[in-house]
Design a protein around this ligand. Structure first.
Ligand code: GLN
Length: 533
């Protein structure tokens, strides 16, 4: 398309309404025909969320280029099938860094550098330049936060000005709001939406589409009211209905005519090809499998968002509904809970990525049960490292074996810092990050799953100490995947076990509904077999 079309998504009333999912769902309706590039504008001053606590901010998503971004990029990649780039995420941290550098360089010589025009222009230029560079047919621009937040005002102003840069017909504004049904009153209330749109309009943005998040379909009279007082046609007020599965949202939006509204506005033909997607979602589940996720950020499901997504992808392919059981491993190590007890009725176990000592011994106790009792196990990053420690201690007799992350004085540092990490003191973006090709050993289970090479994503500082590899490997434990040099152990498997694998990578990040991660699929198949026993 000669001119990129921009779809700008803002949110109102409250946060947590699922703006990322709404953006990704709209993008999904265009992505089978057009190159859709998603951009997220975040108001915070961190350069990226890499150093934020997942309990506060949710999972840190890692891109193939090594960028650390927030979980909305997970939705974009999963819905749109694109490989996103770090520069598609703008944060105020990045914006101010760039402005300060430009000021020092003399780009603004003679000028007083100001929020308007300089900061707003910088944001706008970033959008336009990225659209050009990526040859985007459609650019999705998600403005983080809610309209009225001080920290997103500059972004809101930039996206308002966008229509002057590219022409009004080439920008489509979507506003996501909330329609509450207060208990006692029991009717849908439109006032928060009216006020939120009034606020948006006071910033000079007239929405073309209003999505009202609601637990039921918005009634015709409430739709009429919103249309009348927000100055949009009635068909442009649609429901963002609560769903059991977020992948259904593109289908719901399409049913409500969103495709036609966007196609008409941009004057482009739109016939989304979402048949295969729909089929995966509508095939009835034949069984429920119980999967335990053992970690220390279990209080907020968002901390492990992609792990849950990957489980659901694999579940859809084996016709299983996945019931996740959260196991707080701190409780096991303090003796509050018993490892055997928490694993009762569990068909498969995941120890996901993690950091620091707290909860680690609890995880090791769970891993020992999985290994000795034939419970299907998938260890992700920290989960692989801890599986190595467990094996070293209990099978290889290396008493006190540990990771130097947990115990710097361990007599057997089977997990140690990557050599290139030794001098690193800065915490931001300094881990071994991003996509790497993993070399898979022939004749292993992993080879059956991936062939010679697997492209996986990483986020870690520690690794299996190469000096211990020979002592750890035997007729049971095999390191079946390494980096290109064969130095970093990246996949581990146990022979003779129904399914026991670990990977130093984060396979959950590259799993898709249409193409689940082989690790998760393997775990799920073994879990189904156990459930059927
Ligand atoms: N803490 C471990 C490391 O840095 C594991 C990291 C992770 O699980 N993402 O190597």
């Amino acid at each position: 398309m000669p001119q990129t079309k921009f779809i700008v998504i803002t949110g109102g009333v409250l946060s947590g309404l699922g703006k990322g999912i709404a953006s990704a769902s709209i993008g999904k309706l265009l992505s089978s025909q057009y190159r859709v590039v998603p951009i997220k504008l975040d108001g915070y001053l961190n350069v990226d969320p890499g150093t934020m606590n997942p309990i506060e901010h949710g999972e840190v998503f890692v891109l193939d280029d090594g960028g650390e971004v927030d979980m909305d990029f997970g939705h974009y990649e999963r819905f749109l099938g694109v490989t996103c780039k770090f520069e598609w995420n703008l944060t105020m941290g990045k914006v101010f860094d760039a402005i300060r550098q430009r000021e020092r360089r003399g780009d603004y010589l003679g000028k007083t550098v100001q929020f308007i025009p300089h900061v707003v222009d910088h944001i706008k230029e970033h959008l336009l330049a990225t659209a050009r560079k990526e040859k985007a047919d459609v650019m999705l621009v998600e403005v983080g936060g809610t309209v009225g937040d001080l920290e997103s005002e500059l972004y809101v102003e930039a996206v308002r000005q966008l229509k002057y840069a590219v022409g009004e017909r080439n920008v489509f504004y979507v506003h996501l709001t909330y329609i509450p049904i207060p208990s006692g009153v029991n009717e849908q209330k439109s006032k928060p939406t009216q006020q939120s749109v009034a606020l948006l309009r006071s910033r000079g943005i007239q929405p073309n589409l209003i999505i009202g998040r609601c637990k039921e379909m918005i009634s015709p009279s409430v739709r009429r009211k919103i249309a009348m007082f927000c100055d949009v046609p009635e068909e442009a007020v649609v429901t963002g209905i609560d769903v059991d599965n977020v992948y259904k949202i593109p289908l719901h939006l399409a049913e409500q005519g969103v495709t036609e509204i966007i196609g008409k506005h941009f004057e482009i033909p739109l016939n989304p090809d979402i048949g295969a997607w729909e089929e995966l979602l509508t095939a009835p589940a034949e069984r429920t499998v119980h999967i335990a996720i053992c970690g220390k950020y279990t209080k907020l499901g968002d901390s492990y968002a992609s792990v849950i997504e990957a489980l659901n992808h694999a579940g859809a392919h084996v016709r299983a509904k996945v019931k996740v059981h959260w196991i707080e491993t701190t409780d096991i190590e303090t003796g509050k809970k018993d490892a055997d007890e928490v694993l009762k009725g569990i068909d498969g176990v995941i120890v996901p990525g993690g950091f620091g000592a707290r909860g680690a011994e609890g995880k090791i106790a769970v891993i020992e049960r999985c290994r000795t009792q034939g419970i299907p196990y998938l260890g992700i990053c920290y989960g692989m490292q801890l599986a190595v420690i467990e094996y070293a201690r209990h099978v290889k007799g290396l008493a006190g074996a540990n990771s130097t992350e947990i115990d710097a004085q361990t007599p057997h540092p089977v997990i140690d810092l990557l050599p290139e990490q030794r001098g690193v003191t800065d915490k931001g973006a300094t881990m071994r990050l991003g996509g790497h090709d993993v070399r898979i050993r022939k004749g292993t289970q992993a080879h059956g799953m991936f062939g010679d090479i697997a492209r996986l994503r990483f986020r870690h500082r520690w690794e299996v100490d190469p000096g211990y590899v020979k002592r750890l490997e035997d007729e049971t434990l095999v390191f079946s995947g390494t980096d290109g040099d064969g130095r970093i152990m990246q996949v581990l498997e146990l022979k003779g076990h129904p399914f026991f694998m670990g990977t130093q990578a984060h396979p959950e990040l590259t799993s898709r509904l249409e193409a689940p991660s082989p690790f998760f699929l393997g775990l799920m198949k073994a879990a189904v077999a156990r459930e059927e026993k």
